[in-house]
Design a protein around this ligand. Sequence first.
Ligand code: GAF
Length: 377
Amino acid sequence: MGYRAPGRVNLIGEHTDYNAGFVLPAAIAFWCWIAAAPREDNKLIIHSENYHETIEADLDGNHLHRTRKWSDYPLGVASLLQKSGYRLRGANLYVRGEIPLGAGLSSSAALEVGVACALLEISGHELGRTKIALLCQRAENEFVGARVGIMDQFVCCEARAEYALLLDCRSVEHTPVRLTPGVQLVVCNTMVKHEHGDGEYNLRRRDCEEGVQLLSTALPGIQALRDVTLRDLEDHRKLLSETVYRRCRHVITENRRVPQAAEALERGDLGTLGELMAESHRSLRDDYQVSCPELDLMVDLAAKHPGVYGARMTGGGFGGCTVNLVDRATAIEFKRSIAAQYSAATGCYPDVFVCQTSSGVERLSSTPAPAGREPPI
Ligand code: GAF
């Protein structure tokens, strides 16, 4: 039995998910593939083709521990499933990821979701997609220690091909928004790995929480930055340090941009959508300070290309990828020219993906043999 779970790009709505705000991601046709088989004992044995490593854990008792490597994601999911009352059977899992690692395309959420689906099926449990997404997010928060929001796991579960997903991260209400025909999603990888940003990610989240706490002394009843208007923020700016003020300003303005962007996409107004993406990038660069010189360069180069409607960094930041909306007729030319210009400026050749969209996690009717090799387990 097997599953494949997709990566994602986010069109707009960055660092808004853990502020109970809005996001507009789409799943992309790069997958994490999981082949799974039950075992007679209570062991969980997982082989990663990417890391050439097999790990073994005991599902009995409280033996699942964090190891600070790739296996924390599947072990975290197994641990959270058990803690939530879903007794697991022993299983062999073989994992092959084709989503570039550390590129901000959500390879970890895909691994979590694929593993959750496989373990649930092997153990005879049925769980709705939204519940699976929430459980995988908790696993990453509580076991891995990254205080991520719900965006990545949710889109990995609920995406629809050819659509972006407008998600309200407070209520998890979601609306598919059709991608404009003739527009191509192109993802450009700066090749700067974003892992070193992990500590910074949690720090940004802490800044937002501090903002809410301080603002709530003047605005009782606010629960998250979602509940604060720009006017509120300006009126009570004195309560905040300059850094916290800027973090809050990014989140509040970004939250306003997302529904506007979804409406622009809906009516095919690519000019407005592109402008909102450019504002989002500037806000992430200047107020939230999660961009880096390579991301800024990639966005600037793209903006000069005649076939580009919009470009911005995507994902958590500190490296990783940009997302570009490009006129389909010029996409191949764009790929060639941005790769040449970026490598001339940095000495580093970027991966540029002309992407197809994907639906959310899928069960495979028959598991393809990963890269011509037999699982060693
Ligand atoms: C990472 C996180 F996993 C998401 O939850 C989200 O916060 C994103 O960074 C920034 O928008 O992908």
